[in-house]
Design a protein around this ligand. Structure first.
Ligand code: HPA
Ligand code: ZN
Length: 337
């Protein structure tokens, strides 16, 4: 079987996907029109032109601005359903999906509106597409620890819809220690959420040194007690970290197209994914924010196979890793691979 057919056909699990990052420009404008919201960008073409990012922050500015078109439950439903249809067409059979409640509650949209719209689409995806899912509630690193605790408390009535908590947004200047308290609360009764976090996405720049990055990765593991690290590509800078992550089989959810578009990696041909596999790390391929970074999960598999000249054995390992890295119970994982 040709490796490219395999990339398309192999059943995949996706663990690093921001549902707000699946808002295609066309849908942003459709929802903005439906809701009478003024977007800061006059046309779909302008928005597509703005997709040339210098770093993570420049992307985040556009991503949060586009979210202003989301007001009603139906908007969250339409966004989530569009993702499920697209991902399912690339044989993503299971997705553990991030959502950012603070991005919406800050604008006056109720927590219940956000989670009900998303959950209703995920239930329909299970029924009509046979696609299973879990929800991961992310706190924004650029907001305060107290704000994240208020958000955790707001999630209580919906805790049965939520599997885990995560952390995303601006990494520089927002160390894991800011969120130790909310993670301690989230892990315990009455929530019993599992824990993941973005970390080790961007390389050193100015005051944000290699030492800070590696230190933040250790603190993410030790203070926040995460089961999985989102991105984590900077771990290659530390042999001790590689050893720990490999021995404990802590999954790293890697997003190749994202790393290139946000300039953590110069070009796809330079992506450290294969190096990470060869170092014994448990890495998977994910799409992060597919509407912004040039492709969905299967597109990332294809892109990486071509750019890094990976064979069937490598791609099969990556697909198997995607199931091992998921929160599905061991029995269910075996049945999917
Ligand atoms: N990193 C940090 N925050 C984010 C990302 C990301 O890749 N995507 C959406 N929010
Ligand atoms: Zn992400």
């Amino acid at each position: 079987q040709h490796v490219l057919d395999f990339c398309r056909d192999v059943p995949k699990s996706e663990m690093h996907l921001h549902i707000e990052g699946t808002l295609e420009p066309e849908l942003v404008f459709e929802l903005a029109k439906r809701n009478g919201v003024a977007t800061h960008l006059p046309t779909v073409e302008d928005m597509k032109r703005a997709l040339d990012f210098k770093n993570l922050q420049q992307f985040l500015d556009l991503y949060y601005a586009a979210c202003s078109c989301l007001l009603h439950e139906q908007d969250f439903f339409d966004m989530t359903w569009a993702y499920c249809v697209k991902a399912s067409s690339q044989n993503v059979r299971h997705a553990e999906i991030f959502f950012d409640p603070q991005t919406h509650t800050e604008r006056g949209v109720a927590f219940s509106v956000v989670i009900t719209g998303i959950s209703r689409a995920l239930e329909q995806a299970k029924r009509e597409l046979g696609m299973t899912s879990a929800l991961i509630m992310c706190f924004l690193k650029h907001l305060s620890g107290d704000d994240s605790i208020r958000t955790l408390e707001e999630s209580l009535p919906f805790k049965d819809h939520i599997t885990a908590v995560g952390l995303d947004s601006t990494e520089i200047g927002n160390p894991p220690s800011k969120f130790k308290a909310v993670y301690d609360l989230a892990r315990a009764e009455p929530y019993n959420y599992r824990c993941v976090s973005h970390c080790g996405e961007e390389g050193p720049r100015g005051d944000y040194t290699e030492e800070t990055i590696i230190g933040d990765m250790w603190k993410t593991l030790e203070l926040l007690k995460v089961e999985r690290i989102d991105h984590g590509i900077q771990s290659l800078r530390s042999p001790e970290l590689i050893k720990h992550l490999s021995e404990k089989r802590i999954p790293l959810t890697v997003c190749p197209f994202s790393n290139v578009r946000l300039r953590a990696v110069d070009k796809l041909e330079d992506h450290p994914l294969k190096k990470m596999m060869d170092s014994g790390l448990l890495v998977s391929i994910n799409s992060d924010d597919p509407a912004y970074f040039g492709g969905y999960c299967g597109d990332n598999y294809l892109g990486v196979a071509l750019a890094l000249q990976l064979g069937l054995a490598d791609m099969a390992e990556l697909a198997a890793n995607s199931w091992e890295s998921s929160f599905l119970p061991a029995v269910a994982k075996g049945a999917r691979i």
